[in-house]
Design a protein around this ligand. Structure first.
Ligand code: ADP
Ligand code: MG
Length: 351
């Protein structure tokens, strides 16, 4: 039931603790794994009558994903791509290519609100390893924003005569750079989920820093129940859920602006940047939770909603039949308001 929003993203992936079957009160068949990945906590639970330990395989896949897309790893593919200072092409792996394609799709569907080419600006504002400016320089923001154009970056794939597939990413301008921080955790969840499914696990829950995907049913025969963090009452040491949802063969991702921010000249600067103006986006939304079939999409849509704000985020959710969502917003100080799509209301567990 634990939901976590991470403080930072994309540090090396390692499942630190070994596999153990859980203690009393739960079915003997449940296997629980816990660890750290992508700068946050990883929790995996699955039902396996053989009590198999997949921790090494999960470790490997997460290391692979991090070595592909973590901007915190100097020799990751994304870091190499970001250091290319002229137009050119880099061969990447399937993880990178898949995330790039989904990012392009969500970029289009969100009218550009989701933009992983914002990396130079994200660093300008002090996130993703950058240091926050001591004052706001609007002409600098404008000039950095001009190079944050996702259209300058494209992906291609090629299949050789032997049937091997290669993946490439190109930039038309050496200054264009990528940050998958708003989508890669969701992809990590999907990668772990798919690996367990390929090993014959039918009932499982994967949680990386509050991005969650579930398949099958819990030991009580019901869908997995997942808590959504309360953006006001919850603290880093004491997580409080504001709603519980019942998740069957779906993923949920929550983005919030209540934990990760910087102070610039006495002003709070949140970690969601609005590509329309280059500034941290502060609107009435405190968090956006999105339910879709896979977690990569859910993660990217959740961030899109935080940029779009209450009205347009509600429209994005309502216009997409594959998506359900809940938006928590505050108009009056200290008072939370909730908007949820009809499908989200259906899966919300009533008290
Ligand atoms: P969380 O860290 O809570 O999971 P998100 O999934 O919303 O939050 O990701 C936030 C991160 O995404 C930021 O720290 C930044 O690296 C990146 N980011 C900020 N604004 C955008 C945007 N408009 N589009 C894509 N990525 C963004
Ligand atoms: Mg996100």
């Amino acid at each position: 039931m634990k939901q976590i929003l991470s403080l930072c993203l994309m540090i090396a992936g390692l499942i630190t603790s070994a596999c153990h079957s859980s203690g009393s009160g739960k079915s003997k068949e449940i296997v629980s794994l816990e660890g750290q990945t992508m700068g946050t906590e990883l929790q995996v639970q699955y039902i396996d009558s053989l009590q198999r330990d997949f921790s090494h395989e999960l470790d490997s896949i997460l290391i692979e994903v991090n070595n592909s897309m973590s901007t915190y790893i100097p020799n990751s593919l994304i870091s190499i791509f970001n250091r290319m200072d002229t137009a050119g092409t880099l061969e990447v792996d399937r993880h990178f290519y898949r995330v790039l394609l989904i990012a392009k799709k969500v970029h289009r569907e969100s009218n550009g609100a989701f933009n992983p080419a914002l990396y130079p600006l994200i660093r300008y504002w002090g996130f993703s390893g950058g240091s926050a400016p001591d004052h706001i320089d609007s002409s600098k923001v404008d000039s950095v924003l001009k190079i944050c154009n996702f259209d300058l970056i494209s992906g291609t794939m090629a299949v050789s005569g032997e049937g091997d597939t290669s993946y490439y990413v190109s930039k038309q301008d050496g200054r264009a750079q990528l940050d998958f921080g708003a989508i890669a955790k969701g992809y990590g969840v999907d990668a772990v989920h798919d690996l367990l499914k390929s090993r014959g696990i039918r009932s499982l829950m994967v949680d990386i820093g509050g991005e969650v995907r579930c398949s099958g049913r819990y030991t009580d025969g019901k869908a997995w129940r997942i808590g959504i963090e309360d953006p006001v009452k919850s603290t880093i040491n004491s997580r409080k859920a504001t709603r519980v949802i019942s998740l069957f063969n779906k993923a949920i991702a929550t983005s919030g602006n209540y934990r990760n921010f910087r102070i610039v000249n006495g002003r709070k600067m949140v970690h969601t940047i609005n590509p329309a103006n280059g500034y941290p986006e502060m609107n009435s939304l405190l968090s956006a939770s999105i339910v879709t079939d896979d977690c990569t999409h859910a993660d990217a849509y959740a961030t899109s909603c935080m940029v779009l704000g209450l009205e347009d985020a509600g429209k994005l959710i309502s216009d997409n039949p594959q998506m359900e969502g809940m938006l928590i917003y505050g108009i009056e100080e200290g008072k939370l308001e909730y908007w949820s799509s009809p499908g989200f209301q259906e899966i919300t567990v009533k008290d």
